[in-house]
Ligand binder design. Structure first.
Ligand code: NAI
Length: 332
């Protein structure tokens, strides 16, 4: 199987070198993400390994299928960058890595929460400018709060378990509650979660139903001074509504690893003045926000697991034509 791999970092090359022998695959590497502009460059590939900045919409799927691509392997858990129905319509198959290291994302999630609650951004900026006073730094303790987790799947459950360690009261909501999460949280109605939580964590996939889950309507139901943490997908949050809420004091902090239009900036060097979205730019400049550019997954353990499971997925397709990690939109 010949595979085109998008977005490989230098320190990952040795894993692909080993895989040539172990799996019998051959590889070509491409730094520029897959898009309508670049899809025509794909030639003589059986499979593509995609990052979340690679967009597979209907026109891209058509070009790939006519170039003979059979398999698309998302190296990620989330697969909203792929129009799965278009992929199937053009006779291709698409898999993902359902759980490469949920702990990596959850640890990062808790870090963002603590950074917001302890004013880490201001604190470090103050010290860097020689201001060692306490002014503006009084924090709040995560363990004294009620946290609401929207999405109680693999990552949501690890976050809940970490929150339990802090002594936080944990509420959960999910369209498909599960017994494992029920041991880590109290399931409540979504409305109750919004109204009662001091801090809300988003751990659900981006779907038609979940698009802009956090919008002016849901924000209006939240507690005064609540904190929002989003490490799932940018499209879950209507950023103008969040900016308004931060300005009015309805929200007291926002930690986010993902941004709806992140393909404009992610993995690129973009000076602040060149960011055209005024809402995103305003959020980046506020003291009560922290943004990490989609790096929650980026740990040594997670990367190794992502690559190995992706290659196992492709091996399974090659051997059987099927894959246990085929994307299943029914499970969203
Ligand atoms: P999962 O599939 O194990 O769990 C997702 C849960 O969300 C399921 O229980 C599902 O029933 C629930 N859900 C579906 N629609 C919902 C809605 N509208 N509201 C609330 N809950 C809903 O997925 P997992 O592994 O926990 O990942 C969650 C998301 O995290 C992924 O879809 C992905 O978008 C994001 N992610 C972000 C990463 C990052 O680096 N920032 C890395 C990996 C995943």
């Amino acid at each position: 199987m010949h595979i085109r791999v998008y977005g490989v970092q230098a320190d990952e090359m040795s894993t692909y070198e080993e895989a040539k022998v172990r799996y019998g695959f051959t590889f070509e590497f491409e730094a520029v993400p897959l898009s309508e502009k670049t899809a025509g460059d794909v030639k003589d590939c059986d499979a593509l390994i995609l990052l979340t900045n690679c967009i597979v919409n209907e026109p891209v799927a058509k070009v790939l299928a006519s170039a003979g691509v059979k398999y698309l392997a998302c190296r990620s858990a989330g697969s909203d960058h792929v129009d799965y129905s278009a992929v199937v319509r053009y006779g291709m198959k698409c898999c993902h890595v359902p759980a490469y290291a949920p702990e990596a994302i959850s640890e990062h999630t808790i870090m963002l929460a603590l950074e917001v609650l302890r004013h880490a951004k201001s604190s470090y900026q103050k010290v860097a400018s020689g201001d060692f006073t306490l002014k503006g730094l009084k924090g709040r303790q995560l363990g004294m709060m009620t946290a609401g987790v929207l999405g109680t799947g693999r990552i949501g459950r690890v976050t809940m378990s970490l929150l339990n360690g802090f002594g936080t009261r944990v509420l959960g909501w999910d369209p498909f509650p599960n017994a494992e999460a029920a041991r880590l949280c109290t399931y409540v109605e979504k409305e109750t979660l919004l109204q009662t939580s001091d801090i809300i964590f988003l751990h659900c996939p981006l779907t038609e139903d979940s698009y802009h889950t956090i919008c002016s309507d849901t924000v209006s139901k939240m507690k005064e001074g609540a904190v929002l943490i989003n490490t799932a997908r940018g499209g879950l949050v209507d950023l103008p509504a969040v900016l308004d809420a931060l300005e009015s004091g309805k929200l007291s902090g926002f930690g986010f690893d993902v941004y709806e239009h992140e393909t404009d900036t992610i993995r690129k060097q973009v000076p602040l003045d060149d960011i055209h979205d005024p809402v995103f730019r305003a959020l980046l400049q506020r003291d009560d926000t922290v943004y990490s550019a989609h790096v929650a997954f980026y740990t040594d353990t997670a990367i190794l697991n992502m690559i190995e499971v992706t290659l196992d997925n492709l091996k399974e397709y090659e051997a059987t034509g099927c894959c246990k990690n085929e994307i299943n939109p029914q499970s969203f």
